[in-house]
Design a protein around this ligand. Structure first.
Ligand code: FAD
Length: 438
């Protein structure tokens, strides 16, 4: 099945992106007669569902990310390359890496995920950063913590109020989890640390363009989540699309709100896999794969995870969530092994939805298992156990369990470290800057 001249050489699989889909694919190829090359522009696999906890100082970066080389240390047949893929020469069967070598493949798996989308308003990005990478999370953490620090030294009441106003745009699971955790940070963790401000006066405003929060969840669970958020002090604004974001605040539904922290949790766009392959895509840039996850006309190329759009058997699109990417990675690995065993028949991918989970606050979560719907403390425990179960390695599981126990019992968030950016500087030392950057 190998292309090229050396028929005795092993089949070369190249996997681009070691997120949830890519990792499951390479794991599924363990023991198969293949040489695998992994290419990722970051040196780590990231557990994105807990990114918001890094952004809100609950967890530290190394608790939710693992160096790819460490994950592959016992896989001598796997070569890892750190580099950004910029395209694919589908006729020559090589992957193009920025400032790197051409990487030849017999089978290519693209699992490059998604990125933020600002619905045609990319100019908002500097003022309303999103959350996708570890860098995004530590930048946000810095931004949030510096806002409280600046408020402590700010003498102008209006400026202080703006510093203590945190806006989250988009009320999907990430927006809800961020809003709940920032509210708890301000309400439970920080009050003891500050002397001149009462951090409990901070406003956390969650803005949603649609008629309700958590659009993908059951209505009853979403209503419970909204009540819970409001009980911990989050202001939920519905049916008010945002029309502008600046350094000074946000405009929504014609109203302007002064806020120095705006977080974007409203939309994603696929990575450019479809453009690399000149393949059909939907409006979000997701490649329209065939039911067996291959690219039309290119059976040797699979694209999986957030980079694709695919219908589940019920006619609904397979959701852009970690379990879907993992199931697809597993399916691709099985297909490759089957093909190498002489069975080339394409088999459609079947997505199995295990359920949807979201955490609202320290002791509250919602879980939608379809027939079974849970809310409150029990759901929170199940949410916590499920997330710990899906982490990699005993050390991280124990570390996160301990961090959560500390937060649960003592309201302590130990990762309150301000890193990156400029050291503290007074407003007046920055000539010509109206609002100092946070
Ligand atoms: C903040 C946040 C919270 C989330 N919460 C949940 C949740 O609670 N539950 C849930 O199920 N899902 C959640 N998701 C969604 C889930 O993380 C994604 O659906 C899942 O990660 C998709 O897996 P993937 O393999 O397609 O892509 P990813 O996991 O995003 O991996 C893509 C990989 O490709 C690499 N890459 C991208 N472009 C290139 C390039 N050009 N060259 C080289 N490498 C590249 C990236 O570095 C990355 O390692 C969340 C996502 C985010 C951002």
């Amino acid at each position: 099945m190998r292309s090229g001249t050396d028929a005795s050489a092993r089949h070369r699989v190249v996997i681009v992106g070691l997120g949830f889909g890519g990792l499951e694919a390479v794991n599924g190829l363990a023991g198969a007669p293949v040489d695998v090359t992994l290419i990722d522009r970051r040196n780590h696999h990231l557990f994105q569902p807990l990114l918001y906890q890094v952004a809100t100082a609950s967890l530290s970066t190394s608790e939710i990310a693992w160096p790819i080389r460490f994950l592959m240390e016992r896989r001598p047949e796997v070569t890892t390359l750190l580099g950004a893929v910029t395209g694919v020469d589908v006729d020559g069967r090589v992957v193009l890496v920025e400032d790197g070598p051409l990487v030849p493949y017999d089978t290519l798996v693209i699992a490059t995920g998604a990125q933020h989308a600002y619905f045609g308003h990319d100019e908002w990005e500097p003022f309303a950063p999103g959350l996708k990478t570890l860098e995004d999370a530590t930048t946000l953490r810095r931004h949030i913590l510096v806002a409280f620090e600046r408020a402590e030294i700010e003498t102008d009441p209006q400026a202080r109020t703006a510093l203590l106003t945190f806006v989250i745009i988009g009320a999907g699971p990430t927006g809800v989890e961020l809003a709940g955790t920032i509210a708890e940070l301000a309400r439970d963790t920080l009050p003891r640390d500050f002397r001149r401000i009462d951090t409990r006066t901070a406003r956390v405003v969650l803005i949603e363009a649609g008629p309700r929060i958590l659009g993908g969840f059951d209505e009853g669970l979403a209503a419970y989540a909204q009540r819970s958020l409001e009980e911990i002090g989050v202001e939920v604004v519905l049916n008010r699309p945002v029309s502008n974001c600046t350094a000074d605040g946000v405009v929504f539904g014609g109203e302007r709100l002064a806020a120095r922290t705006i977080i974007w949790a409203a939309g994603v766009m696929s990575s450019p896999a479809a453009a690399w392959l000149d393949a059909p895509a939907d409006r979000a840039g997701r490649l329209q794969v065939l039911p067996d996850l291959t690219v039309p006309g290119r059976p040797e190329i699979f694209v999986i995870g957030d980079a694709v759009v695919l219908e589940a058997p019920d006619g609904k699109p397979v959701p852009g969530i970690a379990p879907a990417a993992k199931q697809q990675g597993k399916h691709v690995a099985k297909t490759i092994v089957r093909r190498l065993g002489g069975d080339p028949a394409p088999r459609p991918f079947h997505y199995k939805h295990a359920g949807s989970l979201a955490q609202i606050g320290k002791r509250r979560a919602i879980i939608d298992f379809g027939a079974i719907k849970l809310r409150g403390a029990l759901a929170w425990w199940i949410w916590g156990i499920a997330h710990i179960y899906f982490l990699i390695g005993l050390r991280n599981r124990l570390a996160i369990a301990l961090s959560w126990l500390w937060i649960y019992t003592r309201n302590q968030r130990s990762a309150r470290l301000i890193t990156q950016g400029q050291p503290a500087r007074r407003h007046s030392e920055t000539p010509g800057v109206h609002q100092p950057p946070l």
